[in-house]
Design a protein. Structure first.
Length: 184
């Protein structure tokens, strides 16, 4: 049988104590270690841009929380234009969770606001969202929305304003019903 020395017992006791010590011991030990920097929180504009990117990919489920976060941010900052942009995104991203006629009504109200009518980017985004809802309720309403946006004074601004990807992406979904009828 081997004799255990006092030094070995003390070393074992320290090891056991470290295993069962409260986490504050470890916090003090880890405090000396350099900590990785946490990523900076995203700005409201970055959150909105990320939500719109998900919407561009037709990933509305992922964009819903981002649009809601952006809407809260912009409402708190009293930024009405971007809050409306985010609100339209929330309505479109969560339309399956609500009454479509209520979402349609809210989008129609937003689309008729003077600040939306004067902002081609926001008007197009709101019109596309409304047409998506209209398409779920009545394909003719969606086609009417598309014709109205093509005939509006803002159409040239929309096409020339760097947001043609929304306009061109919107075309097939609005006319899908027409293509089906022609093919029948």
């Amino acid at each position: 049988m081997t004799k255990t020395t006092v030094a070995q017992i003390r070393a074992s006791a320290v090891a056991v104590a470290l295993l069962i010590a409260p986490s504050s011991t470890f916090k003090s030990l880890s405090a000396a270690q350099p900590q990785a920097a946490l990523p900076a929180p995203l700005s409201g504009s970055e959150i909105l841009r990320q939500a719109v990117q998900h919407a561009d990919w037709f990933n509305w489920s992922d964009s819903a929380a981002e649009f809601q976060q952006a809407e809260n941010f912009f409402n708190a900052a009293h930024d009405r234009r971007n809050a409306l942009h985010a609100r339209v995104g929330v309505l479109r991203a969560t339309m399956e969770d609500h009454s479509l006629t209520e979402v349609q009504r809210q989008l129609a109200e937003i689309s008729a606001m003077p600040e939306v009518l004067g902002d081609p980017d926001l008007l197009l985004f709101a019109s596309i969202a409304k047409a998506d809802v209209d398409g779920e309720l009545n394909a003719q309403d969606a086609r009417d929305d598309w014709h109205a946006s093509n005939n509006s004074p803002n159409h040239k601004i929309i096409r020339n304003g760097g947001i043609a990807h929304w306009a061109s992406g919107a075309f097939p979904s609005f006319y899908l019903g027409t293509y089906r009828k022609v093919g029948d």
